[in-house]
Design a binder for this molecule. Sequence first.
Ligand SMILES: O=c1ccn([C@@H]2O[C@H](COP(=O)(O)OP(=O)(O)O[C@H]3O[C@H](CO)[C@H](O)[C@H](O)[C@H]3O)[C@@H](O)[C@H]2O)c(=O)[nH]1
Length: 344
Amino acid sequence: MTDQVSGTSILITGGTGSFGSAMARRMLHRGCAEVRVLSRDEAKQDGMRRRFNDDRLRFYLGDVRDPAAVASACRGVEYVFHAAALKQVPSCEFFPVEAVRTNVLGSANVVEAARANGVRTVVCLSTDKAVYPANAMGMSKALMERVAQAYSRGQSTGDTVVCTVRYGNVLCSRGSVVPLFIEQVRNGVPLTVTDPRMTRFLMSMEDAIGLVERAFTFGETGDLFVRKAPASTVDILARAVARLFGVVPVVTTIGARHGEKFHETLVAREELARAEDHGEMFRIPLDAPDLDYHLYFDEGDEGAEPVEPYTSDNAEQLDADAVVKIFHQTPEIRALLEMGGIGG
Ligand SMILES: O=c1ccn([C@@H]2O[C@H](COP(=O)(O)OP(=O)(O)O[C@H]3O[C@H](CO)[C@H](O)[C@H](O)[C@H]3O)[C@@H](O)[C@H]2O)c(=O)[nH]1
């Protein structure tokens, strides 16, 4: 059977990031004729160009906020993976309008350019922070999800399919806490834990990519795919890093950061009630009412049983041994260990 992406042209927005570059590698491996990267930072593009050394990889300098830049990158492309985003919780708290510009309006530009250029499928990347959002980053991602769904509601057969995937923290992604803890262990300074009881879902980059591949292979327009994942407390995460490097953990508690949630939610109660359980993931199909509001008053859904949301607090909890085991399967961490572990 021929691979669905073999010989096709794909675009990854935010393609120089942790997800983008891992996805680019995967798509090149699967035989794409061309992998385009749209991003803002020419230095990161240059670094990626050198690392990959593959002339099927093409770079488009530009911002998703700019419709012309997005349109030009989408021309002649079959699939789009929309990963470009402002995703740091604290910076979005201080600059919420910037989060709206990139995460909401930028996403609308991507969906619109994809439609105008006859792209087959767009997969937008969302986050658990979009569910019952407590911070500007999550709120803007929740609106991105709504942009994808609103587009899908107004769509006819044969139009661009727009799906969304949602997942929790990816272990060792750029700027995340595990590389920071590793750095702290290497420097022999205390591990700065915000609140030891805080929990996060944990996934590998491979799982994140698998979820996106699932969405563009099987997704119907408006679908939302959510990867199930185990979770752990931040304290366990810190202790697992110390154990990995064979040092006694020295932990200092620094307090939660601006806008942080104590526990994350991957699937809201309202979504879970209509989600399809696909084993490793949930599919939440498009809720597609029209604007005929009187139906909501005349025909309420009375039979629905209340369900608990799927949270990092009620998901499977990992202990430090289990986290260490996952670390050993994480390529970035294995590379570090092979380089001689700490002190380097
Ligand atoms: O010095 C620190 C920094 C963070 N944390 C805690 O570690 C957990 C994870 O923090 P990260 O900064 O790794 O991740 P966030 O949950 O804040 O999420 C951020 O990182 C994710 C990837 O891991 C996504 O990119 C997400 O969009 C982005 O906001 C949180 O409970 C946080 O409080 C600490 O204990 N100490």
